[in-house]
Design a binder for this molecule. Sequence first.
Ligand code: FHN
Length: 434
Amino acid sequence: MTTTTTPSNQVIQDRNQRVQWFQNDRFGMFIHWGLYSIPARGEWLRSSEQMSIEDYQTYFDEFDPVDYNPREWAKAAKKAGMKYAVLTAKHHDGFCLFDSKLTNYKSTNTKAGRDLVQEFLEAFREEGLKVGLYFSLIDWHHEDYPAYGDRIHPMRGNESFKRDPKNFDRYLDYMHGQVHELLTGYGKLDIMWFDFSYDTMRGEVWRATELMKMIRELQPHILIDNRLEGSGESGGSIYTSDPSIYSGDFASPEQIIPPHGVVDETGAPIPWEACITLNNNWGYAAADRNYKSSTTIIRKLVECVSKNGNMLLNVGPDAKGVIPKESLDVLEEIGDWMSKNSDSIYGCAAADYPKPEWGRYTQKGNKLYAHVFEESIGPINLIGMADKVKKARLLADGYELFLSRPWSAAEFTEDAFVNFARPEHFTYPLPDKR
Ligand code: FHN
């Protein structure tokens, strides 16, 4: 059981300084890609299908993403309105998409013969996006990682993993060494996205104090998620049991948007980012064609921002390195909406007003953005806003919305940029010009 310790004011100030760009940008791309894209049944299949190392080796021998062009990925992310991206440098299977000197289990030793991380970083930086790397704390391939039979391993029940961890400290030296490689050999990184702590495997079991110290010394500006101590629960704690360090800059709720955002133990809001899949899988899953609509994603993005959070939206490229068309189609529609409405996302946060029944508010300074989600059978009822807002414009094209009685009561005292998620759904009968 970890006990949380309230960090010092200096720790909080340093964190608030680091996360400024993050809380401005709000919207990023998550990319799960690796050997598991070949079987195309999700990134956990080695575990869930109880594969032996020999069976899984087939994918290493085959891996050759001939159509990998990360510049195309970067353009798709940028067009969707995403401002940063996080790629799996190494997932739980231990396969490294980068040229690690500490293992042979890496992309440069496959038919690809390429440092896929290096190319990703270059391409996304060229498109002006910030870049982060996902790094798995769990490693099913490394002989010293505790496996089957040990209650602390999520590979429970997988006979092929039956082995005794010879030397877990040796594994930690390897894991820390790879983080060092990424932080010294690939230029300025903006996010280290660790994944994930569980049972007793958290905090100092990973030698988190030592790892955090190294990271902060090598790249002081870099953001670190909370999973050296937490996992994908609703926010999770982002404070370690060790008062001398602070295990992360943001909480990382997974496939959920916490009802009230994420706060620390004093009740103060903390930075957070919901990671969400487009279908139901992180890694490419050919049979999973159940993609969320752009309207759903837009409304969830607005919800995140309305609760002081970010969204990291996942794509799972296929074995050849191509993002599925269904994903690209949804990203394109999101981009259409963002091209007109991103003012209500970037740099915005929770509003000073309670959530209206017809949608959500986001706010930036004295600008309030009303996201109208429910089809209205008549005027929007801006109850309680009468003395607050002096004018309203439709964000998409700037036309003036008259908020005369009985719709909204009187003048608005602040600029109100009314932002309809889907104007065509909106039956807002504008009055004749006064
Ligand atoms: O086990 C991983 C999973 O494969 C995926 O990477 C997600 C993304 O946040 N993280 C872990 C599950 O919480």
